[in-house]
Design a protein around this ligand. Structure first.
Ligand code: S3P
Length: 183
């Protein structure tokens, strides 16, 4: 692992629109480390965005590409904070890879209504969130997986990404898993 020993990776999960990418950036800033976004890693590796992969090759092909990108970043990537796509943590193979790599997993527990408002703003980018009822069903189905994360952070509309990053650090400290803030 390129990460320094003792620097546990922190992996952010949660539904589409929970704020995973922006929180990962804010958290990395606070910890003085780099962050990565799994959707962007998939895009760089495959030459197509998750949206294009799902629309053109199907969700199963996208999930395979997503797992390959995750395994790669865990074994070779430098990023210490990783934002997953909303479905990645629902796949047992991915959770096993995260556990094997000793990652601290964090669920951004945002209410469906907040996620849906944000999804609607950029609906075209989210093929699995195109209509209210299927997005709500997916949200409900995914809750059991998200609850498997080591930490859960309740997220509301008024908190900034920086507030949420601070809450993650506080929760990690309280859980006895202090993120090493040394540069
Ligand atoms: C997905 C979420 C998306 C992206 C893909 C599938 C999902 O990521 O990975 O469209 O299954 O929930 P975000 O959660 O970053 O929108």
């Amino acid at each position: 692992m390129i990460n320094r020993p003792g620097q546990q990776r922190i992996v952010i999960t949660g539904f589409m629109g929970a704020g995973k990418t922006t929180v990962a950036v804010a958290l990395a800033q606070r910890l003085g480390c780099s962050s990565a976004d799994l959707d962007e890693l998939v895009t760089a590796r495959e030459g197509r965005t998750p949206q294009e992969l799902i629309d053109e090759a199907g969700e199963a092909a996208f999930r395979e590409a997503e797992t390959r990108a995750l395994v790669e970043v865990l074994s070779e990537g430098e990023a210490r904070v990783i934002a997953l796509g909303g479905g990645a943590f629902a796949r047992q193979r991915n959770r096993a890879a995260l556990a094997a790599a000793g990652c601290l997993t964090v669920w951004l527990d945002a209410p469906f209504e907040l996620c849906w408002r944000r999804i609607q703003k950029e609906n075209s980018a989210r093929p699995l969130g195109r209509d209210l009822e299927s997005a709500r069903r997916l949200y409900q189905q995914r809750l059991a997986s998200y609850r498997l994360a080591a930490l859960s952070i309740r997220v509301g509309a008024t908190q900034s990404a920086s507030d949420i990053a601070a809450a993650i650090i506080a929760a990690a400290l309280a859980a006895g898993a202090p993120p090493d803030t040394a540069p």
